[in-house]
Design a protein around this ligand. Sequence first.
Ligand SMILES: CC(C)(COP(=O)([O-])OP(=O)([O-])OC[C@H]1O[C@@H](n2cnc3c(N)ncnc32)[C@H](O)[C@@H]1OP(=O)([O-])[O-])[C@@H](O)C(=O)NCCC(=O)NCCSC(=O)C[C@@](C)(O)CC(=O)[O-]
Length: 302
Amino acid sequence: MSYPSRVQIIDVGPRDGLQNEKQPVPAAVKIELVQRLQTAGLTEIEVTSYVSPKWVPQMADNHAVMQGMARQAGVRYSVLTPNLKGYEAAVLDQPDEIVVFGAASEAFSQRNINCSIAESIERFAPVVAAAKAAGIAVRGAMSCTVGCPYEGDIAPERVAYLAGLMKGIGVERVDVADTIGVGTPRKVQAAIEATLQHFGINQVSGHFHDTYGQALSNTLASLELGVWNFQSSVAGLGGCPYAKGATGNVATEDVVYLLHGLGIDTGIDLDALVDAGQYISEQLGRPSGSRVARALLAKRAG
Ligand SMILES: CC(C)(COP(=O)([O-])OP(=O)([O-])OC[C@H]1O[C@@H](n2cnc3c(N)ncnc32)[C@H](O)[C@@H]1OP(=O)([O-])[O-])[C@@H](O)C(=O)NCCC(=O)NCCSC(=O)C[C@@](C)(O)CC(=O)[O-]
């Protein structure tokens, strides 16, 4: 089996990872987390979202975080923008990439962004057009591509349908997200193959939650198809406010350990990444969700 020689990781910890925290995480802590991630070699970081603070209070400090972080050359900072109101607020903070986020499941679309899939695309279209006119890159997140907390299994045809709609409005690349972590390798491959009907392999990334402990297997299955872009959260932070019971994203430390073990270059310093994960875990007052981090920290402690 041959795998890609290089993998690009977007750490979504500051956004996807922290959005569900019940206690407010100070902006200064989020800024320090971004700093530690870029020091560890992450060149893509999903920083925050411009959504309703009534829906997701934890992201209400989006301006403070984006304005407060020290940007590093060569790092791409992305933010979520569900509609023009979000985009107009985000653009003041000069993101490198905006993310519109839809779902392959109608019920999840309604619960997450309060509209149908078709309506979401109508909302995204002017956002995508405005971003492209401003020279800002555009990514599309596709939630529930394998399973939905409200509808159960999601057929690959529905993923292909959403990917086609995203492509139609000018989205440049898409994330195939297993929002509730129910996917297994063949199902995830089917969702990716459905997406590849509309996007090239360089424009598709894997975004796996680890609820059922399948995320690394699903990462490997995606690599087998040639996918070389992945999203993960340092320390395995996360969980979606509209996907009850879903645990965090696969831990970036675990993905990096897997990739380095396969001889795949990530540009990431695993030790520094473990430090970043330890920092945020201490701030949240709980152990890291990364098994690799826990093992390496135990080894360090001797
Ligand atoms: C999308 C909306 C805003 C629609 O919410 P809505 O209620 O349908 O919007 P509306 O246009 O009717 O406006 C209602 C109120 O929201 C305000 N509003 C309207 N838009 C904005 C905005 N952009 N920023 C700030 N405020 C906004 C607007 O000004 C108004 O304020 P009011 O007059 O009541 O004071 C809402 O449903 C929402 O914020 N949802 C939260 C979505 C979210 O952040 N979900 C989690 C991220 S998705 C995810 O985690 C999955 C992903 C991407 O990681 C991949 C995966 O794992 O699957």
